[in-house]
Design a protein around this ligand. Structure first.
Ligand code: C5P
Length: 243
């Protein structure tokens, strides 16, 4: 089969032209990066796990009516997705203090937040994805106030779904990042969840032991990233429990 045309290569994924107009093929690499790519490694099999896990979460979101880009998984590392116009924001939802928020506000890691908090970073590697207030987003035209209201509503629905699913398998959803894209249906624009949802973009802690089962294992050198992701996949039934 002729190789598809590569459209974009990021740190963890590659996008190829899809078989139909309006579709893309998303390929999951084994590359792991942290601290804005200052720390890098290749974790054999990570791409396969994230392809499966993102399929699992996106399919579940579709079932409860949260629109997203996932169409179908093609093979171990590739999935067919809808082409979107990505909004240049990282939409972060936090249930417990951790990471950059804990550091910025001097909060204890794991402190319960008064309610889920949605924040936005401007997607720009060279700038280190800086946190931006809504005022900037609207003034610079990255999204309108209406878009932002819709994005917050979408992000909170994703949070409710993900928190519930993870809680069901003994995992606390501390925080996560999603990206949102625009799709055009005739004259009508819709916002849908895009990119990926995987342990690369979430903080997941075992409820009983507090063990980290996400990319912090790589960021903080806490052991095998593959073992952590495999544990998440097994608990969710995405991989057989005897693997
Ligand atoms: O580092 P920080 O605490 O701001 O990250 C919040 C959440 O967003 C974490 O789950 C992290 O994995 C995710 N994130 C991401 N990609 C980034 C920045 C953060 O997936 N570029």
């Amino acid at each position: 089969m002729a190789r598809r045309k590569k459209l974009y290569e990021g740190k963890a994924k590659i996008l190829y032209e899809g078989p139909e107009p309006g579709t893309l093929v998303q390929y999951f690499k084994d590359d792991a990066t942290a601290f804005n790519a200052q720390k890098k490694d290749v974790i054999e099999g990570k791409g396969v796990l994230n392809n499966r896990l993102s399929e699992f979460f996106m399919t579940g979101l579709s079932r409860i009516g949260v629109p997203n880009h996932f169409i179908k998984r093609l093979n171990m590392r590739e999935q067919l997705i809808r082409q979107v116009e990505i909004i240049p924001l990282e939409v972060i939802v936090r249930n417990f203090a951790a990471g950059s928020m804990a550091k910025r506000l001097g909060l204890e890691e794991g402190a319960t937040l008064p309610r889920p908090i949605v924040e936005f970073s401007y997607k720009d590697d060279a700038l280190g994805d800086p946190l931006v207030p809504e005022e900037y987003i609207i003034a610079f035209g990255w999204a309108s106030q209406q878009d932002l209201d819709d994005i917050v509503a979408l992000a909170l629905r994703v949070n409710d779904f993900m928190s519930g699913v993870m809680h069901g398998v003994g995992i606390k959803l501390v925080d996560f990042k999603i990206e949102i894209g625009r799709v055009w249906e005739g004259d009508y624009m819709r916002l849908i969840v895009a990119d990926e949802i995987s342990p690369d973009s979430c903080r997941l802690w075992d409820i009983e032991t507090g063990q980290k089962l996400d990319k912090d294992v790589f960021r903080q050198d806490l052991g095998s990233l593959n073992d952590a992701y495999t544990e998440v996949a097994k608990r969710l039934g995405v991989l057989p429990s005897n693997v």
